[in-house]
Write a protein that binds this ligand. Sequence first.
Ligand SMILES: *Cc1c(COP(=O)(O)O)cnc(C)c1O
Length: 361
Amino acid sequence: MSRIYNFAAGPSILPLPALEEAAKKMVDYEGTGMSLVEMSHRGKVYDKVHKETVAMAKEILSIPDDFTVLLLQGGATLQFGMIPMAFLKSGMTADYVITGSWAKKALDDAKIIGKVNVVWDGKADNYIKIPALSELKFSGNAAYVHICSNETIGGIQWQEFPDTGNVPLIADMSSEIMSRTLPWDKFSMIYAGAQKNLAPAGMTFVVIRKSFLEKARKDLPVYLRYDVHAGDDSLYNTPPTFSIWMANLNFKWINSIGGMKEIEKRRDEKAKFVYDIIDGSKGYYRCPVDVNCRSKMNIVWRLKTEDLENSFISQAEKAGLSGLKGHRSVGGCRASIYNAMPVEGAKALADFMNDFMKKNG
Ligand SMILES: *Cc1c(COP(=O)(O)O)cnc(C)c1O
């Protein structure tokens, strides 16, 4: 077997022990004579995995009891529309902070549903920074404030979260979920597509404050009703059982290494390897984003020319460092360093960057 270091933005790397465990049990799940993914989602065997997955997520992220965890489908993208449909009622306004392409996509869907207010837009600077909290002037009576906590394409990340008072704060955390402990008192809802830091594609992880959930509209098609999903423990309809099972195995792996404390320690170590090379390269590698807003999950950088970038990416690929091409909308290079990336992987990338610079200086 030869595993390479996969730096792709999503779907992305998963912990090897989780993949191995799934492979071992894929054909015959714990002596049942069938795979877990062939079983009824109404049966005891699947139910145990389902409930355990939710319980582990609550424990790892220290989610308080006044929040509900939902395991949905449709990706983060469905949440872009589902949130305004449920919470942006007529006569109300929703505040959006536009930090990059993902925040913008959420805004575009909300516009279709109701009235929006753009609190801040980083477009003029090409989305290289997160606003200072003092720059944000919220409406005060908005239905909610929406932010994207980590811009996967732009490589910027909120270091600190705004205090929106009585206005519910909602965050798209797709590319940083479970990479940091969260100040739950500030949030009413967070959500994330699974395929970046949790599991294979198929599941959407939603955490929602119960008092906020009560405000969700009920006169919607049933799948769009948060109250229905919550009332049925995310088993109203068939859940994405494979993705949920893999999330379960991923959470077990997180617990086995020491939980969030260890995740955060490794996260900092990994990001430092790469940013140190960039900062010590005397401009050979250039990270376009504001130093104070750098993402620890998605690190972006440029080289002097596109030719050099292409040669960097293809030589890295040959060296077993895959997925380093920047998003097609912005070009350049990007390393997505999610939880499952070993520290050695980030070190290998840093060493490669150093060698490449020496050879192609
Ligand atoms: C990938 C991503 C999305 C889109 O997620 P899907 O699950 O593909 O819908 C949304 N927001 C952010 C921040 C992302 O990184």
